[in-house]
Write a protein that binds this ligand. Structure first.
Ligand SMILES: Nc1nc2c(ncn2[C@@H]2O[C@H](COP(=O)(O)OP(=O)(O)OP(=O)(O)O)[C@@H](O)[C@H]2O)c(=O)[nH]1
Ligand SMILES: [Mg+2]
Length: 369
């Protein structure tokens, strides 16, 4: 196993973001860092009235960080804010330590987890799009290809750093993605006779686990962020004799990089195609509302805000009774399940059957299978 990179996390605010928000975001960044294979040594929060445009933090602070990093054997600084190419270079120069930002970290995890050809192409596209405006044009970035978090492309391929070649590569990727999308459209046409359901939700909410529980399938589930990057579609049998299709999707996260959302549009097409969305929420988390709002925000961004949806609180097996009561008062229409031990799964199936078949029978005689 390769040695874990030792990391400092740094959150810099100008007072607009509340301190507790910064802390929550940092906790998430720590989770992301571990998912990418790093070890968080320490986290720092800095609030400044005015951010230094070339260095973000003050020069004195940056020098101090560099000194601490050397003391603790830290090889990487990860900033919770998006940094410009110039800022990255300047902070590296003053601290003497490699620097990446939240977006690069997320892209790195996506690169690591991409399995299908489509996901790999989409991730590579997002990475190149992110890098292009950050090249400083002196070829200095080449020295950054030593390896480690933030330097990986899909399939562990080293990322190409030359501007002209990036553009050429992006043109190729665009064509290939278009081709895959067309063939998927054909596939989707073949499925138009079925009702379609799609899971959406924050990363690690248990979307894949829920689809597995419903279909007795074996999609990859894991206790790390972004284990699913492709939309897998399975058949869901609803007793006594109905069939619908259910797709699992990539998870959402606060401040998901825009280039990623754009690149994953094809994957997210399943969301737009669906007749009903299952919004899966990890009910045991502390900041449920923020996460639910984030999911709503991304749905809006991809044009799916009007899709009908059912709210499903997952991980009931680990939920305190008081919390369940609070949530069911606040969200009276929500269902509670445990994808792990199967509690509530039959009720969810019943709900889906009623939603698609029993109501529809009255409404429209043109029944889908
Ligand atoms: N205790 C408990 N754990 C669960 C339950 N459902 C899922 N998990 C765990 O939660 C973690 C995430 O589950 P996934 O199904 O991979 O979550 P996901 O939403 O598909 O995550 P991404 O694809 O990474 O966005 C795994 O470790 C699961 O074992 C549940 O009902 N109870
Ligand atoms: Mg998943």
């Amino acid at each position: 196993m390769e040695k874990k990179e030792r990391v400092f996390l740094i959150s810099v605010g100008d007072g607009r973001m509340k301190r507790w928000e910064m802390i929550q975001s940092l906790e998430e960044l720590a989770n992301l860092t571990r998912t990418a294979g790093g070890e968080v040594v320490e986290s720092f929060i800095q609030i400044r009235d005015k951010l230094n445009p070339s260095l973000l933090i003050g020069r004195g602070k940056a020098e101090e960080l560099g000194k601490l990093a050397r003391e603790f054997g830290v090889d990487l600084l990860i900033f919770d804010t998006e940094l410009s190419g110039v800022q990255i270079r300047n902070i590296e120069m003053v601290t003497g330590v490699r620097v990446i930002d939240r977006t690069t970290l997320i892209l790195d995890i996506f690169a690591k987890h991409a399995r299908t050809k489509e996901a790999k192409l989409q991730v590579e596209m997002a990475q190149l799009e992110y890098r292009l405006p950050r090249l400083t044009g002196k070829g200095t970035e080449l020295s950054r290809l030593g390896g480690g978090i933030g330097t990986r492309g899909p399939g562990e391929k080293k990322l190409e750093m030359d501007r002209r070649r990036i553009k050429e590569r992006m043109a190729v990727l665009k064509k290939e993605l278009k081709r895959i999308e067309l063939s998927k459209q054909v596939q989707r046409k073949q499925r138009r006779d079925f009702y379609k359901i799609c899971t959406v939700g924050y990363t690690n909410a248990g979307k894949s686990s829920l689809v597995n529980a419903l279909t007795r399938g074996n999609l990859l589930t894991a206790d790390y962020l972004f284990s699913t990057l492709d939309s897998n579609t399975s058949i869901l049998f609803l007793p006594p004799n109905h069939k619908v299709l259910i797709s699992d999707t990539v998870g959402f996260l606060r401040r998901l990089p825009h280039s990623l959302i754009a690149s994953f549009r094809a994957t997210l097409a399943e969301v737009l195609e669906a007749d009903l969305l299952i919004h899966v929420v990890d009910a045991t988390e502390s900041d449920i509302e923020i996460k639910m709002n984030t999911v709503e925000g991304v749905l809006k961004e991809i044009g799916a805000e009007a899709k009908p949806r059912v709210l499903v609180f997952n991980k009931l097996d680990r939920l305190f009774v008081e919390e369940k009561i609070r949530l069911s008062e606040r969200y009276p229409d929500a269902l509670f399940v445990s994808a792990k031990d199967g509690t509530g799964i039959d009720e969810l199936k019943k709900y889906l059957r009623t939603y698609f078949f029993e109501r529809e029978m009255i409404k429209s005689p043109a029944l889908k299978r």
